[in-house]
Structures are given as structure tokens and as C-alpha cells.
Design a protein around this ligand. Structure first.
Ligand code: HEC
Ligand code: HEC
Length: 294
């Protein structure tokens, strides 16, 4: 959990920088700003999608919304002057991107920090805030992180609101190194519903096979033996002591972890990085484009 949240913080900052750079480029594609028309979706499906998204990014438990609403008032009155009332930063830093906030679960890091402050660097101490107030503020900040970065609650848009041509341009720039509309993604839109297609490209954990069946993305691993020889293949099983893989010829190998060097490739690293950089328009446009791959 810890390390994936560090990763998320790094990814988030990278995404924001990237988005900033993209904003400076001339915009030559017209993005539809038509108010979103939503396709009805059962709440259970939306909840499942939110949970998958949280897990994909390694975030902590969902914020306590009642506490977040109380925290918003305290925050705006007490902290808003320096951090802006939406926590996006003013004289004080943006707290939505703060590593301290991202690693906090229920105020256990934010609380002590705010009580003592960092007076030498312009962050005053707030020794009189109660535990309850600090918890509320922490939940408000977590809610802001969710709002700003997780679009998992975001409803499935009617695909016609996206701009397929802009999506195609985005695809050529950010996706084509790994995917091809005529290759692995050919006919993808005929195999899955728009809602599933969106979930697939936002945080793929499953691959859709030729007949529409779902399979889990295999993890690739490279094992270096003491002799220096390497064996690579699909990870079969790993625990505290042993590791096994299936190589490209289908042969099974296993070792004690202590005897070999292991390099596990995260096949979805590219997707984790992309996720933090999408604007809402990008998401609609990509989905509209993928929907053309019938
Ligand atoms: C007078 C301006 C000011 C006020 C008021 C203020 N802050 Fe800060 N805050 C700062 C500054 C400046 C920093 C950066 C300190 C540094 O560089 O280490 C900071 C840092 C922080 C950080 C750490 C960010 C990080 O990632 O290092 C948190 C969390 C934070 N403030 C929360 C709060 C909360 C919650 C309140 C209200 C209870 C509050 N601040 C009120 C100025 C302020
Ligand atoms: C660095 C490589 C990389 C990049 C960049 C990348 N992907 Fe992926 N994508 C993957 C991997 C790996 C999977 C897991 C399935 C697989 O192995 O094909 C995947 C899965 C998917 C799936 C599900 C495919 C299926 O068959 O079920 C979709 C849809 C998808 N990506 C769309 C995109 C889009 C759209 C972009 C750009 C916005 C993108 N990807 C960028 C590597 C990448």
C-alpha cells in the first residue's frame, strides 16, 4: 500500500506537469463541451468501478463524506487564506498534490503536522484544533484528492459527446507505442459495452480475448540465475520464498527467491502514468475514438 501510494504521488505530479505542458500547445481540435448526457447505470456497477479505480491507484479507504463536509468549513475558515479554500494552493502549497496528504489515511499524519506546523517556513502551528476537527480536515483533503484525480465516480458519457478525431490524435501520441487500432484493439468496440470499454482503457486489469472472454493480464518476469543466465516468462506464482514462471515454450520453472535475482515488469505502468494526466475531455475523446473500432 505504502509504496504504491508513493508511486501514485509521483505519477500524479508527472501527470500534472504533462497536462500543464499540453495546455501550452495550440489547440486545433474542437472539443465538444455539450453538457454530458448520461446513460443510466446501476449504482452497483458504478460502485464497483470506483472500487477498482481506488485499488488500481493504491489509494486508502474512501473518504468519510460527512466528515469531509464539516472539514470543508473549518478548512476554508482556518487554512483557506494560505492554501485556497479548495486546497489548490495560494501562498501556501497545493495540498491535493501533497505527498503528506496522499500518504495519510485518517489524519494520523496531517493531524500532528498541523498541530506543530513548520513556523520557520511559513506554516503556522494550530495547537488548539481538536482531534475531531483535524480528522474532518483530513477527510476534506482526501475528498479533494478524489475529486481532482479520480474520475471513477464519473458517469459514462453518451459517447457522441466526445470528439473521435481528437481522440484519434491523442491515441497516436500516447497509446500507439503499445496498441494498434488494426491489431490488438481491432473491433474492441464490438466486443464490449461502452462502460466496460471505458473501464478497460482507464485501468485495465483484464484483457478481452478474441471471443469476448475476460482474462487477467499476465505479469512478465525476468529471473537471473547465479550463473548469469536469464530466464523470462509469465509469472505463475510468487510468495515469500519461491517463484515460478512459464516460459515462451510453455515450460514450467521454479526457484527459491533467495537464489536468484528477480525483475518483475509491471505491464500496466504505462496506464498508471496516463491515468493521472487525462483531462475529462481527453477521456471522452478517447472513448469516442475507441467506439469507432467496431
Ligand atoms: C499563514 C499561511 C498558512 C496557513 C494559515 C496554513 N498553512 Fe499550511 N502551509 C503553509 C506553508 C507556507 C506551507 C509549506 C511549508 C513548507 O514549505 O514546508 C504549508 C504546508 C502545509 C502542509 C504540508 C504540505 C506538504 O506536503 O509538505 C499541510 C498538510 C498544511 N500546510 C495544512 C494546513 C492546514 C490543514 C491548515 C489549516 C488548519 C493550514 N495548513 C494553514 C502556510 C499556511
Ligand atoms: C506502455 C504501454 C501502454 C500504453 C502507452 C497504453 N497501453 Fe493500453 N494496455 C497496455 C497493456 C500492457 C494492457 C494489458 C492488456 C494487454 O496486455 O494487451 C493494456 C490494455 C488496454 C486495453 C484493454 C485491451 C484489451 O484487449 O482488453 C485498452 C482498451 C487500452 N489498453 C487502451 C489504451 C489507450 C486508449 C491508451 C492511450 C490513452 C493506452 N492503452 C496506452 C499497455 C499500454
Amino acid at each position: 500500500m505504502r509504496s504504491s501510494r508513493y508511486l501514485f504521488a509521483a505519477v500524479l505530479c508527472a501527470g500534472i506537469t504533462l497536462a500543464g505542458q499540453q495546455n501550452q500547445q495550440p489547440v486545433n481540435t474542437k472539443v465538444s463541451e455539450t453538457p454530458a448526457k448520461t446513460t443510466p447505470e446501476p449504482p452497483a456497477a458504478a460502485q464497483a468501478r470506483i472500487a477498482r479505480g481506488r485499488e488500481f491507484l493504491g489509494l486508502g479507504p474512501p473518504p468519510d463524506q460527512a466528515a469531509a463536509a464539516r472539514g470543508q468549513k473549518t478548512f476554508a475558515a482556518t487554512c483557506g487564506f494560505c492554501h485556497a479554500s479548495d486546497a489548490s494552493g495560494a501562498e501556501g502549497p497545493n495540498l491535493i498534490r501533497s505527498a503528506l496528504v496522499l500518504h495519510d489515511e485518517k489524519g494520523e499524519l496531517i493531524g500532528p503536522f498541523v498541530r506543530t506546523g513548520r513556523p520557520d517556513r511559513g506554516m503556522p502551528a494550530f495547537p488548539n484544533l481538536t482531534d475531531a476537527q483535524l480528522y474532518d480536515i483530513a477527510e476534506f483533503l482526501h475528498q479533494r484528492v478524489e475529486d481532482a484525480t479520480n474520475r471513477f465516480g464519473y458517469k459514462i458519457q453518451n459517447v457522441v459527446t466526445g470528439n473521435a478525431a481528437a481522440g484519434k490524435t491523442y491515441f497516436a501520441r500516447h497509446c500507439s507505442e503499445c496498441h494498434s487500432p488494426a491489431g490488438d484493439l481491432a473491433h474492441i468496440a464490438s466486443k464490449v459495452e461502452p462502460a466496460d470499454l471505458q473501464a478497460l482503457f482507464l485501468y485495465p486489469s483484464q484483457t478481452i480475448g478474441a471471443n469476448g472472454e475476460k482474462t487477467t493480464t499476465p505479469t512478465q518476469v525476468v529471473v537471473t540465475l547465479p550463473s548469469g543466465e536469464t530466464v523470462s516468462g509469465t509469472l505463475k506464482r510468487i510468495d515469500d520464498f519461491n517463484l515460478s514462471l512459464i516460459d515462451s515454450s510453455g515450460a514450467y520453472h521454479s526457484w527459491a527467491r533467495s537464489e536468484v535475482k528477480i525483475d518483475i515488469k509491471d505491464p500496466l505502468a504505462g496506464h498508471r502514468e496516463l491515468l493521472a494526466g487525462y483531462s475529462d475531455a481527453d477521456m471522452h475523446n478517447i472513448l469516442a475514438y475507441l467506439e469507432t473500432l467496431k
